[in-house]
Ligand binder design. Structure first.
Ligand code: ARG
Length: 458
């Protein structure tokens, strides 16, 4: 008979049995489920709701189940429906009638909410670890490229020169925000819903804080109805994970462009690229493409959970069982993508000469021509127009600003003097941008130094 079978006279339809069973995926939460049950049993014992001896029997039984699951000696069944009832069924087989007291003052509704919080918090630690490794790889590479000039782009058109270090530090900041977002998410998630019962808490004198503390929670959820119906933490997590994938996919897109013959900014390691079965010359950036593609899958998790939760009446509804597969998948996908991406990044060769040559073309110093004139007293708008005219003049003659003679400069404005060449050189364009957060070596060195100190502290 089912653990809930008392009021039923007929068996579950066989198709429904497997349809509503979640054991194939929620078995991943076996550890959290058992730890939660141990904390609950110990609390029941301390509160005199069950005897100390009964509590001990239950805890010992649960520990033996945990050890056997980890040793691969436990088979779960679809008939027992989910991880919660599988564990309870096995416990009953092992310790007999006392096992039936474990569920006193508890419902699967607060149990599953508890397990999900603990499981996602545990798995998120892995994501944060991967983020840290990526950030540290970025700092290493950036440290050796503070003088590697490259074009900065807007609209994928060359804009102003920067350095590779500056570009990499932009990503560093994005991943740091991702890290912080997860830390912030953790604060809201680290509250125990145990004791919320099915929805209306319980008449037993539970000590919710005791159970919560023993599980390492910061506190308890404040309303039993909210405790069992809330899946904001799942939505928020999928959102954090989606943003990580947004960042990875932008980086991957740049890697794909940079690896192209047209850019030739990087050479991917053979270990992180693949060939073509027909075109012998090909070396494809498959890893970057696959990460870019998997972004859709993680966004899918976010949209799914938002849609599942939309319009659900309080409190628990079975719809909410659908929160698991996609969240687990998103966590695994993001952890995997971060790890492979870091490996790809660390083994990539940056072709700094090509980057520098690209920065020298495409009029990346046109703003600096205008700034030169402003420094000589011309209003910026007029200076912008003069620089624009010079750019047009160069395009017509297939040349660049640095190759113009002083006379050609002077033809547009007599404010130009010989010092213009120095003022609009690639080095000056980058190294004069010394404001905090800017691309100059001084400024990026400072960014890297602060980032390194910060990374040691998190
Ligand atoms: N397997 C269920 C889930 O994942 C557990 C909670 C079931 N509660 C219930 N009253 N049916 O959501």
């Amino acid at each position: 008979m089912k653990l809930w079978g008392g009021r039923f006279t007929k068996n579950t339809n066989s198709a429904v049995e497997s349809f509503h069973s979640s054991i194939s995926f929620d078995s991943k939460m076996y550890k959290e489920d058992i730890c939660g049950s141990i904390a609950h049993a110990q609390m029941l014992g301390k509160q005199g709701i069950i005897s100390p001896d009964e509590a001990k029997q239950i805890v010992d039984g649960l520990n033996s189940i945990l050890a056997d699951i980890e040793a691969g000696n436990v088979e779960f069944t679809v008939e027992a429906e989910d991880i919660h009832m599988n564990v309870e069924t096995i416990l009953t087989e092992r310790i007999g009638a006392t096992a039936k007291k474990l569920h006193t003052g508890r419902s699967r509704n607060d149990q599953v909410a508890l397990d999900m919080r603990m499981y996602t918090m545990n798995k998120t630690k892995e994501v944060q670890q991967e983020l840290k490794e990526l950030m540290s790889a970025l700092l290493d590479i950036a440290s050796s490229h503070t003088s590697s000039y490259m074009p900065g782009y807007t609209h994928l058109q060359k804009a102003q020169p920067i350095t590779l270090a500056h570009h990499l530090m932009a990503y560093f900041n994005m991943f740091k925000r991702d890290y912080d977002r997860l830390k912030d998410w953790h604060k809201r998630t680290n509250l125990s819903p145990l004791g919320s019962g099915a929805l209306a808490a319980t008449t037993y004198p539970l000590d919710r804080n005791l159970a919560a503390n023993s599980l390492g929670f910061d506190g308890i959820t404040k309303n039993s109805l909210d405790g069992v119906s809330d899946r904001d933490f799942v939505i928020e997590l999928c959102s954090c994970l989606s943003i990580i994938m947004t960042h990875l996919s932008r980086f991957c897109e740049e890697f794909i462009l940079w690896a192209s013959n047209e850019f030739s900014f990087i050479e991917l390691d053979d270990g992180y690229s693949t060939g073509s079965s027909i075109m012998p010359q090909k070396k494809n950036p498959d890893v970057a493409e696959l990460i870019r593609g998997k972004t859709g899958r993680v966004y899918g998790s976010l949209i799914s959970i938002l849609t599942v939760m939309k319009s659900l009446p309080l409190a628990y509804n079975k719809d909410m069982q659908e929160d698991k597969e996609m969240t687990f998948d998103a966590l695994e996908t993001v952890t995997g993508c971060l790890s492979v991406f870091t490996g790809m990044l660390k083994t990539t060769v940056f072709k700094v000469e090509n980057m520098k040559n690209a920065a020298l073309r495409g009029f990346t110093n046109a703003t600096d021509v205008a700034d030169y004139l402003v420094n000589k007293g011309m209003p910026f708008r007029d200076a912008h127009a003069v620089s624009g005219k010079l750019v047009f003049y160069c395009i017509e003659r297939s040349t660049d600003l640095l190759s113009l003679s002083l006379d050609e400069f002077k033809a547009q404005s007599d404010l130009f003097e010989n010092d213009v060449y120095e003022a609009i050189s690639l080095e000056t364009c980058v190294e004069k941008r010394i404001v905090d957060g800017g691309p100059s070596k001084v400024s990026v060195d400072k960014q890297i130094k602060n980032a390194k100190e910060m990374l040691l502290k998190i």
